[in-house]
Design a protein around this ligand. Sequence first.
Ligand code: NI
Ligand code: MN
Length: 224
Amino acid sequence: MADYVKWLGHAAFEINLDNKVILIDPWLSTNPKAAVSPSEIKAVDIILVTHDHGDHLGDAVELAKRLNATLVSVYEIASKTANMGVKNTVGMNVGGDVVVKGLKIVMTPALHSSDTGTPCGFIVVGSKNTVYHAGDTGFFSDIKYYSKAYPIDVALIPIGSVFTMNPFMAALFVSLFKPKIAIPMHYGTFDVLTGKPEEFSKHVSELSPEVKVVTLSPGDKIFL
Ligand code: NI
Ligand code: MN
């Protein structure tokens, strides 16, 4: 199957790279914008959790147990979810990389908070496409150097403001590494997340016209 990125709503994505299904921050059962319910997810190889706020850890533990997926997170969350009964966990930390089921996974910084351990983002390196999920984060510039090591094709970027970057700061962030495609996320789920994808798209087109912004609706899938 061709590589794809599917938005499940909020910060939740299903991506397919090299025929491996990866869920990132699968908050579904209580997510008002969820495209699917957890029971509709039938097969997953890897679940990445950026931090354990409820809108990110979400249904990760239940899905990992039921589908026998490998849960990858910061060391402390990996330990916590192992204690909750997840059989296969991989703990790592910011700046580190691991290979899980043939895919290289790099943990990137995120300027945010977390109940457990430290928050992060992930770069997932496939043989044809590299996808970056920024997690919840404020603006930071180290991504410029991470993207030199791992050139990013598709970037999933929070734009909602209040808890993360707003659309302008998110566009400035994207201009540091210029992915081929930038997809806005983490907006509109709650009234407080006021950032609009149109604003993000406008600022990206001004700051880095070579970057294509693709605005998805929950449930939309793009093939890479
Ligand atoms: Ni958060
Ligand atoms: Mn969040």
